[in-house]
Design a binder for this molecule. Structure first.
Ligand code: SAM
Ligand code: SF4
Length: 430
Protein backbone atom coordinates (compact mmCIF):
# COMPACT_ATOMS: atom_id res chain seq x y z
CA UNK A 1 0.00 0.00 0.00
CA UNK A 2 1.22 3.52 -0.82
CA UNK A 3 0.63 6.56 1.32
CA UNK A 4 1.08 10.32 1.06
CA UNK A 5 1.21 12.79 3.96
CA UNK A 6 0.09 16.38 3.53
CA UNK A 7 1.28 18.52 6.43
CA UNK A 8 -0.26 21.83 7.48
CA UNK A 9 1.03 23.99 10.34
CA UNK A 10 4.17 24.40 12.39
CA UNK A 11 7.38 22.40 13.00
CA UNK A 12 5.52 20.34 15.57
CA UNK A 13 3.17 19.11 12.86
CA UNK A 14 6.15 18.42 10.59
CA UNK A 15 7.67 16.33 13.40
CA UNK A 16 4.36 14.46 13.90
CA UNK A 17 4.31 13.69 10.16
CA UNK A 18 7.86 12.32 10.44
CA UNK A 19 6.62 10.02 13.21
CA UNK A 20 3.65 8.88 11.11
CA UNK A 21 5.96 8.21 8.15
CA UNK A 22 8.28 6.22 10.40
CA UNK A 23 5.40 4.09 11.72
CA UNK A 24 4.03 3.34 8.27
CA UNK A 25 7.39 2.64 6.64
CA UNK A 26 8.24 0.28 9.51
CA UNK A 27 5.04 -1.59 8.60
CA UNK A 28 6.21 -1.97 4.99
CA UNK A 29 4.08 0.78 3.44
CA UNK A 30 5.66 3.07 0.82
CA UNK A 31 5.64 6.86 0.85
CA UNK A 32 4.80 8.43 -2.54
CA UNK A 33 5.89 11.82 -3.79
CA UNK A 34 2.36 12.99 -4.67
CA UNK A 35 -1.30 12.33 -3.99
CA UNK A 36 -2.08 10.70 -7.36
CA UNK A 37 -0.31 7.37 -6.74
CA UNK A 38 -1.32 7.09 -3.07
CA UNK A 39 -3.89 4.59 -1.79
CA UNK A 40 -4.11 6.44 1.54
CA UNK A 41 -3.80 10.19 2.06
CA UNK A 42 -3.03 11.36 5.57
CA UNK A 43 -3.82 14.99 6.22
CA UNK A 44 -1.90 16.24 9.24
CA UNK A 45 -3.82 19.33 10.19
CA UNK A 46 -3.55 22.62 12.09
CA UNK A 47 -6.49 24.36 13.80
CA UNK A 48 -4.78 27.45 15.22
CA UNK A 49 -6.68 29.84 12.95
CA UNK A 50 -10.00 29.49 11.11
CA UNK A 51 -8.81 30.22 7.54
CA UNK A 52 -6.05 27.61 7.37
CA UNK A 53 -8.51 25.16 8.91
CA UNK A 54 -10.94 25.79 6.06
CA UNK A 55 -8.14 24.96 3.61
CA UNK A 56 -7.93 21.53 5.21
CA UNK A 57 -11.63 20.90 4.67
CA UNK A 58 -11.35 21.87 1.01
CA UNK A 59 -8.17 19.81 0.53
CA UNK A 60 -9.86 16.76 2.08
CA UNK A 61 -12.87 17.27 -0.17
CA UNK A 62 -11.05 17.19 -3.48
CA UNK A 63 -10.27 13.48 -3.77
CA UNK A 64 -12.44 10.98 -5.67
CA UNK A 65 -14.24 8.18 -3.81
CA UNK A 66 -11.93 5.19 -3.55
CA UNK A 67 -9.00 7.08 -2.10
CA UNK A 68 -8.74 6.46 1.62
CA UNK A 69 -8.53 9.71 3.58
CA UNK A 70 -7.32 10.02 7.17
CA UNK A 71 -7.46 13.39 8.88
CA UNK A 72 -4.94 13.52 11.73
CA UNK A 73 -3.80 16.22 14.17
CA UNK A 74 -5.44 19.34 15.56
CA UNK A 75 -8.41 19.72 13.20
CA UNK A 76 -9.18 16.04 13.68
CA UNK A 77 -9.18 16.65 17.44
CA UNK A 78 -11.30 19.78 17.38
CA UNK A 79 -13.65 19.19 14.44
CA UNK A 80 -14.38 15.47 14.35
CA UNK A 81 -18.15 15.96 14.08
CA UNK A 82 -17.86 18.64 11.40
CA UNK A 83 -15.51 16.50 9.32
CA UNK A 84 -18.04 13.71 9.08
CA UNK A 85 -21.05 16.05 8.76
CA UNK A 86 -19.60 18.01 5.83
CA UNK A 87 -19.86 14.87 3.72
CA UNK A 88 -16.18 15.05 2.94
CA UNK A 89 -14.92 11.61 1.96
CA UNK A 90 -13.08 11.00 5.27
CA UNK A 91 -12.43 7.42 6.37
CA UNK A 92 -10.86 8.02 9.73
CA UNK A 93 -10.20 10.89 12.12
CA UNK A 94 -7.10 10.50 14.30
CA UNK A 95 -6.51 12.93 17.19
CA UNK A 96 -3.20 14.37 18.38
CA UNK A 97 -2.66 11.69 21.06
CA UNK A 98 -3.64 8.73 18.91
CA UNK A 99 -1.56 8.93 15.76
CA UNK A 100 0.81 6.20 16.96
CA UNK A 101 -2.15 3.83 16.26
CA UNK A 102 -2.23 4.86 12.60
CA UNK A 103 -0.81 1.51 11.41
CA UNK A 104 -3.66 -0.50 12.96
CA UNK A 105 -6.16 2.07 11.70
CA UNK A 106 -4.93 1.62 8.12
CA UNK A 107 -5.30 -2.17 8.53
CA UNK A 108 -8.90 -1.66 9.67
CA UNK A 109 -9.66 0.61 6.73
CA UNK A 110 -8.08 -1.86 4.28
CA UNK A 111 -10.26 -4.61 5.77
CA UNK A 112 -13.32 -2.54 4.90
CA UNK A 113 -14.15 -0.99 8.30
CA UNK A 114 -16.69 1.84 8.32
CA UNK A 115 -15.63 5.44 8.97
CA UNK A 116 -14.31 5.84 12.50
CA UNK A 117 -12.34 7.99 14.88
CA UNK A 118 -9.71 7.81 17.61
CA UNK A 119 -9.51 11.08 19.52
CA UNK A 120 -9.00 10.18 23.20
CA UNK A 121 -6.43 12.16 25.17
CA UNK A 122 -3.75 10.40 27.18
CA UNK A 123 -1.59 11.84 30.00
CA UNK A 124 1.27 9.44 29.21
CA UNK A 125 4.25 10.43 27.10
CA UNK A 126 4.27 8.24 23.98
CA UNK A 127 7.91 7.59 23.11
CA UNK A 128 8.51 7.47 19.35
CA UNK A 129 11.72 8.38 17.52
CA UNK A 130 11.49 8.64 13.74
CA UNK A 131 14.35 7.06 11.77
CA UNK A 132 16.73 9.45 10.07
CA UNK A 133 15.26 8.46 6.68
CA UNK A 134 11.73 9.35 7.81
CA UNK A 135 12.84 12.94 8.58
CA UNK A 136 11.89 15.88 6.40
CA UNK A 137 15.49 17.14 6.27
CA UNK A 138 18.88 15.43 6.37
CA UNK A 139 20.33 18.55 8.01
CA UNK A 140 17.83 19.70 10.66
CA UNK A 141 16.47 17.22 13.18
CA UNK A 142 13.38 17.98 15.26
CA UNK A 143 13.16 16.62 18.81
CA UNK A 144 9.90 16.88 20.66
CA UNK A 145 10.55 17.57 24.37
CA UNK A 146 7.00 18.28 25.52
CA UNK A 147 3.45 18.33 24.21
CA UNK A 148 0.28 20.25 24.97
CA UNK A 149 -0.09 23.42 26.99
CA UNK A 150 -1.62 24.54 30.29
CA UNK A 151 -1.39 28.28 29.66
CA UNK A 152 -4.82 28.87 28.14
CA UNK A 153 -3.98 32.19 26.48
CA UNK A 154 -7.44 33.61 25.87
CA UNK A 155 -7.25 33.38 22.04
CA UNK A 156 -5.63 29.97 21.71
CA UNK A 157 -7.12 26.59 20.81
CA UNK A 158 -3.93 24.58 21.45
CA UNK A 159 -4.78 23.43 25.03
CA UNK A 160 -8.01 21.99 23.56
CA UNK A 161 -6.45 20.33 20.51
CA UNK A 162 -3.16 19.11 21.98
CA UNK A 163 -4.30 18.62 25.54
CA UNK A 164 -2.60 19.35 28.84
CA UNK A 165 1.14 19.74 29.10
CA UNK A 166 3.20 16.56 29.30
CA UNK A 167 6.97 16.36 29.27
CA UNK A 168 9.45 13.92 27.87
CA UNK A 169 12.16 12.57 30.18
CA UNK A 170 15.68 13.94 29.75
CA UNK A 171 17.24 10.53 29.06
CA UNK A 172 15.01 9.99 26.00
CA UNK A 173 15.77 13.48 24.67
CA UNK A 174 19.52 12.94 25.02
CA UNK A 175 19.23 9.57 23.25
CA UNK A 176 17.41 11.07 20.28
CA UNK A 177 19.89 13.96 20.06
CA UNK A 178 22.85 11.52 20.09
CA UNK A 179 21.15 9.45 17.37
CA UNK A 180 20.79 12.54 15.15
CA UNK A 181 24.36 13.65 15.78
CA UNK A 182 25.66 10.18 14.83
CA UNK A 183 23.78 10.40 11.56
CA UNK A 184 25.37 13.70 10.66
CA UNK A 185 22.54 16.15 11.42
CA UNK A 186 23.99 19.65 11.75
CA UNK A 187 21.31 21.26 13.84
CA UNK A 188 18.74 19.99 16.27
CA UNK A 189 15.58 21.87 17.16
CA UNK A 190 13.90 21.10 20.49
CA UNK A 191 10.14 21.45 20.12
CA UNK A 192 7.33 22.28 22.53
CA UNK A 193 4.66 24.95 23.09
CA UNK A 194 6.65 26.36 26.03
CA UNK A 195 10.06 24.69 25.96
CA UNK A 196 11.33 26.86 28.82
CA UNK A 197 8.69 25.29 31.08
CA UNK A 198 10.26 21.83 30.58
CA UNK A 199 11.36 20.01 33.71
CA UNK A 200 12.66 16.45 33.87
CA UNK A 201 9.86 14.41 35.48
CA UNK A 202 12.39 12.30 37.45
CA UNK A 203 15.12 14.67 38.62
CA UNK A 204 13.27 18.00 38.36
CA UNK A 205 16.12 19.40 36.18
CA UNK A 206 15.22 22.63 34.42
CA UNK A 207 15.32 23.55 30.72
CA UNK A 208 18.65 25.45 30.92
CA UNK A 209 20.15 22.34 32.54
CA UNK A 210 18.82 20.19 29.68
CA UNK A 211 20.44 22.58 27.20
CA UNK A 212 23.71 22.42 29.11
CA UNK A 213 23.65 18.61 28.97
CA UNK A 214 22.93 18.64 25.25
CA UNK A 215 25.59 21.25 24.53
CA UNK A 216 28.24 19.25 26.43
CA UNK A 217 27.35 15.78 25.28
CA UNK A 218 25.98 16.06 21.74
CA UNK A 219 28.32 17.09 18.93
CA UNK A 220 25.93 19.13 16.77
CA UNK A 221 27.07 22.61 15.72
CA UNK A 222 23.73 24.34 16.27
CA UNK A 223 21.20 23.58 19.00
CA UNK A 224 17.94 25.50 18.70
CA UNK A 225 14.64 25.42 20.58
CA UNK A 226 11.15 26.67 19.88
CA UNK A 227 8.94 28.13 21.46
CA UNK A 228 10.02 30.02 24.59
CA UNK A 229 7.29 31.67 26.63
CA UNK A 230 8.38 35.08 28.02
CA UNK A 231 6.49 34.44 31.28
CA UNK A 232 8.69 31.42 32.05
CA UNK A 233 12.03 33.08 31.41
CA UNK A 234 14.84 31.89 33.70
CA UNK A 235 18.08 33.92 33.84
CA UNK A 236 20.05 30.68 33.88
CA UNK A 237 19.18 30.29 30.18
CA UNK A 238 21.31 33.34 29.33
CA UNK A 239 24.27 31.93 31.27
CA UNK A 240 24.00 28.53 29.54
CA UNK A 241 23.83 30.17 26.10
CA UNK A 242 26.84 32.35 26.88
CA UNK A 243 28.88 29.34 28.05
CA UNK A 244 28.10 27.12 25.08
CA UNK A 245 28.90 28.26 21.57
CA UNK A 246 26.91 25.39 20.00
CA UNK A 247 23.59 26.85 21.20
CA UNK A 248 22.49 29.19 18.40
CA UNK A 249 22.30 32.80 19.59
CA UNK A 250 18.80 33.28 18.35
CA UNK A 251 15.55 32.80 20.22
CA UNK A 252 11.96 32.69 19.02
CA UNK A 253 10.29 34.73 21.71
CA UNK A 254 6.65 35.46 20.85
CA UNK A 255 5.44 38.76 22.31
CA UNK A 256 1.95 38.68 20.63
CA UNK A 257 1.43 42.40 21.40
CA UNK A 258 3.47 45.40 22.51
CA UNK A 259 0.69 46.67 24.79
CA UNK A 260 0.49 45.45 28.38
CA UNK A 261 -3.25 46.16 28.37
CA UNK A 262 -3.79 43.75 25.45
CA UNK A 263 -1.35 41.20 26.89
CA UNK A 264 -3.54 41.09 30.00
CA UNK A 265 -6.65 40.50 27.89
CA UNK A 266 -4.77 37.73 26.10
CA UNK A 267 -3.95 36.18 29.53
CA UNK A 268 -0.24 36.40 28.75
CA UNK A 269 1.51 36.65 32.11
CA UNK A 270 4.18 39.27 31.33
CA UNK A 271 4.11 42.99 30.62
CA UNK A 272 5.77 44.94 27.82
CA UNK A 273 8.42 46.22 30.22
CA UNK A 274 9.17 42.73 31.58
CA UNK A 275 9.53 41.46 28.02
CA UNK A 276 11.91 44.28 27.13
CA UNK A 277 13.89 43.72 30.30
CA UNK A 278 14.49 40.08 29.25
CA UNK A 279 15.67 41.23 25.81
CA UNK A 280 18.07 43.71 27.45
CA UNK A 281 19.30 41.05 29.90
CA UNK A 282 20.20 38.77 26.98
CA UNK A 283 21.98 41.55 25.11
CA UNK A 284 23.96 42.70 28.15
CA UNK A 285 25.61 39.26 28.21
CA UNK A 286 25.36 38.37 24.50
CA UNK A 287 25.47 41.65 22.54
CA UNK A 288 24.76 39.87 19.23
CA UNK A 289 21.68 38.02 20.53
CA UNK A 290 18.90 37.86 17.92
CA UNK A 291 15.15 37.55 18.46
CA UNK A 292 12.14 36.60 16.38
CA UNK A 293 8.48 36.76 17.39
CA UNK A 294 4.80 36.14 16.66
CA UNK A 295 2.23 38.95 16.79
CA UNK A 296 -1.55 38.95 16.66
CA UNK A 297 -3.24 42.07 15.29
CA UNK A 298 -6.86 43.06 15.79
CA UNK A 299 -7.38 41.35 19.13
CA UNK A 300 -10.82 42.60 20.36
CA UNK A 301 -10.40 45.99 22.04
CA UNK A 302 -6.99 46.75 20.44
CA UNK A 303 -6.87 50.55 20.15
CA UNK A 304 -4.70 52.63 17.84
CA UNK A 305 -2.46 53.33 20.79
CA UNK A 306 -2.13 49.62 21.60
CA UNK A 307 -1.21 48.91 18.00
CA UNK A 308 1.39 51.73 17.97
CA UNK A 309 2.93 50.11 21.04
CA UNK A 310 3.29 46.90 19.02
CA UNK A 311 5.03 48.80 16.22
CA UNK A 312 7.36 50.48 18.70
CA UNK A 313 8.21 47.08 20.23
CA UNK A 314 9.28 45.91 16.75
CA UNK A 315 11.55 48.95 16.47
CA UNK A 316 13.01 48.52 19.93
CA UNK A 317 13.82 44.82 19.68
CA UNK A 318 14.80 44.90 15.97
CA UNK A 319 13.58 41.37 15.37
CA UNK A 320 15.26 39.13 12.80
CA UNK A 321 11.85 37.96 11.61
CA UNK A 322 8.23 38.08 12.69
CA UNK A 323 5.14 35.97 12.01
CA UNK A 324 2.05 38.15 12.11
CA UNK A 325 -1.56 36.97 12.20
CA UNK A 326 -4.98 38.55 12.16
CA UNK A 327 -6.85 37.54 15.31
CA UNK A 328 -9.12 34.60 14.59
CA UNK A 329 -11.83 33.66 17.14
CA UNK A 330 -11.50 29.98 18.05
CA UNK A 331 -14.10 27.68 19.59
CA UNK A 332 -13.93 27.04 23.37
CA UNK A 333 -11.42 29.86 23.98
CA UNK A 334 -12.20 32.69 26.42
CA UNK A 335 -11.70 35.41 23.81
CA UNK A 336 -14.33 33.84 21.54
CA UNK A 337 -16.97 35.50 23.77
CA UNK A 338 -15.51 39.00 23.20
CA UNK A 339 -17.25 41.28 20.74
CA UNK A 340 -15.08 42.28 17.78
CA UNK A 341 -15.74 45.97 17.18
CA UNK A 342 -12.81 46.64 14.90
CA UNK A 343 -13.72 46.79 11.19
CA UNK A 344 -12.00 44.14 9.06
CA UNK A 345 -10.44 46.89 6.91
CA UNK A 346 -8.76 48.49 9.94
CA UNK A 347 -7.35 45.14 11.05
CA UNK A 348 -5.96 44.49 7.57
CA UNK A 349 -4.36 47.94 7.47
CA UNK A 350 -2.72 47.20 10.81
CA UNK A 351 -1.40 43.88 9.53
CA UNK A 352 0.13 45.59 6.46
CA UNK A 353 1.59 48.37 8.63
CA UNK A 354 3.18 45.79 10.92
CA UNK A 355 4.59 43.85 7.98
CA UNK A 356 5.97 47.01 6.33
CA UNK A 357 7.60 48.14 9.57
CA UNK A 358 9.19 44.72 10.01
CA UNK A 359 10.35 44.58 6.37
CA UNK A 360 12.12 47.94 6.84
CA UNK A 361 13.81 46.63 10.02
CA UNK A 362 14.95 43.47 8.24
CA UNK A 363 16.29 45.46 5.29
CA UNK A 364 18.28 47.67 7.68
CA UNK A 365 19.59 44.59 9.57
CA UNK A 366 20.50 42.83 6.34
CA UNK A 367 22.27 45.88 4.86
CA UNK A 368 24.50 46.00 7.94
CA UNK A 369 25.94 42.69 6.76
CA UNK A 370 27.02 43.93 3.30
CA UNK A 371 30.71 43.15 2.77
CA UNK A 372 30.90 40.88 5.83
CA UNK A 373 31.73 37.19 5.73
CA UNK A 374 29.42 34.95 7.74
CA UNK A 375 29.09 31.27 8.53
CA UNK A 376 26.27 29.59 6.64
CA UNK A 377 24.75 26.12 6.80
CA UNK A 378 23.71 24.90 3.35
CA UNK A 379 20.11 23.80 3.89
CA UNK A 380 19.05 22.81 0.36
CA UNK A 381 19.73 23.14 -3.35
CA UNK A 382 17.82 26.01 -4.96
CA UNK A 383 14.65 24.44 -6.37
CA UNK A 384 14.80 26.42 -9.65
CA UNK A 385 18.33 27.80 -10.17
CA UNK A 386 20.97 25.24 -11.17
CA UNK A 387 24.23 25.57 -9.23
CA UNK A 388 22.59 27.73 -6.54
CA UNK A 389 21.96 26.78 -2.93
CA UNK A 390 19.92 28.19 -0.06
CA UNK A 391 21.72 28.62 3.24
CA UNK A 392 20.82 29.75 6.74
CA UNK A 393 22.78 31.91 9.12
CA UNK A 394 22.92 31.27 12.86
CA UNK A 395 19.99 33.67 13.34
CA UNK A 396 18.04 31.94 10.56
CA UNK A 397 18.49 34.51 7.80
CA UNK A 398 18.17 33.14 4.26
CA UNK A 399 21.27 33.46 2.03
CA UNK A 400 21.25 32.56 -1.68
CA UNK A 401 24.55 31.87 -3.41
CA UNK A 402 26.29 29.75 -6.05
CA UNK A 403 28.10 26.78 -4.55
CA UNK A 404 29.35 23.28 -5.18
CA UNK A 405 29.60 22.55 -1.47
CA UNK A 406 27.24 19.78 -0.43
CA UNK A 407 23.92 20.28 1.35
CA UNK A 408 24.42 19.90 5.10
CA UNK A 409 27.92 21.45 5.10
CA UNK A 410 28.96 24.74 6.65
CA UNK A 411 30.70 27.30 4.48
CA UNK A 412 31.72 30.96 4.67
CA UNK A 413 29.87 33.46 2.52
CA UNK A 414 30.68 37.11 1.77
CA UNK A 415 27.46 39.10 1.66
CA UNK A 416 27.07 41.04 -1.61
CA UNK A 417 23.37 41.87 -1.69
CA UNK A 418 20.63 42.55 0.86
CA UNK A 419 16.84 42.59 0.54
CA UNK A 420 14.27 42.60 3.34
CA UNK A 421 13.71 38.84 3.22
CA UNK A 422 17.01 37.38 2.05
CA UNK A 423 20.69 37.99 1.42
CA UNK A 424 22.90 37.27 -1.58
CA UNK A 425 26.49 36.22 -1.29
CA UNK A 426 29.62 34.68 -2.73
CA UNK A 427 31.25 31.66 -1.24
CA UNK A 428 34.46 32.79 0.40
CA UNK A 429 37.64 30.98 -0.64
CA UNK A 430 41.03 31.67 0.94
N1 SAM B 1 3.10 28.32 22.20
C1 SAM B 1 3.53 29.36 21.38
C2 SAM B 1 3.46 30.69 22.13
O1 SAM B 1 2.89 30.81 23.17
O2 SAM B 1 3.97 31.64 21.59
C3 SAM B 1 2.77 29.49 20.07
C4 SAM B 1 1.79 28.53 19.66
S1 SAM B 1 0.66 28.93 18.38
C5 SAM B 1 0.50 27.37 17.69
C6 SAM B 1 1.56 29.85 17.14
C7 SAM B 1 1.10 31.26 16.98
O3 SAM B 1 -0.18 31.29 16.41
C8 SAM B 1 0.96 32.05 18.25
O4 SAM B 1 2.19 32.53 18.72
C9 SAM B 1 0.02 33.16 17.85
O5 SAM B 1 0.72 34.29 17.38
C10 SAM B 1 -0.78 32.53 16.71
N2 SAM B 1 -2.18 32.30 17.14
C11 SAM B 1 -2.61 31.43 18.06
N3 SAM B 1 -3.95 31.53 18.20
C12 SAM B 1 -4.36 32.48 17.33
C13 SAM B 1 -5.63 33.05 17.02
N4 SAM B 1 -6.74 32.66 17.64
N5 SAM B 1 -5.68 34.02 16.07
C14 SAM B 1 -4.55 34.43 15.45
N6 SAM B 1 -3.34 33.94 15.71
C15 SAM B 1 -3.23 32.98 16.64
FE1 SF4 C 1 -1.42 28.73 22.90
FE2 SF4 C 1 -0.61 30.36 24.83
FE3 SF4 C 1 -0.16 27.73 25.02
FE4 SF4 C 1 1.18 29.19 23.21
S1 SF4 C 1 1.30 29.40 25.45
S2 SF4 C 1 0.18 27.23 22.88
S3 SF4 C 1 -0.32 30.69 22.59
S4 SF4 C 1 -2.15 28.73 25.04
Amino acid sequence: MNFFIKTFGCQMNVNDSEKIRHLLESKGLTLCAGEAAADVIIINSCAVRQKPQEKIFSYAGRFPAGKKIIVAGCVAQAEKQALFKKKVNVDYVVGTHQFYRIGEIIDEIAAGARAGSAVAFSRRWQELVPDARARSSPVTGFISIMEGCDNFCSYCIVPFTRGREKVRPQAAILREAAYLAERGFKEIVLLGQNVNHWRDPGSGRSFPELLRQLAHRVPVPWIRFITSYPGYHDRELIRVMAENRNIARHIHFPAQSGSTRILKKMCRTYSRSQYLEIVRAFRRVLPGMKFSSDFIVGFPGESDRDFKLTLSLLEQVEYESVFSFIYSPRPRTRAAALVQELPAAVIKERLYALQETQAAIQLKNNRRLLGETIEVLIAEKHPRKAGEVIGRSESYRVINFASRTRVGQFTRVRITGAGPHSLRGEEYRE
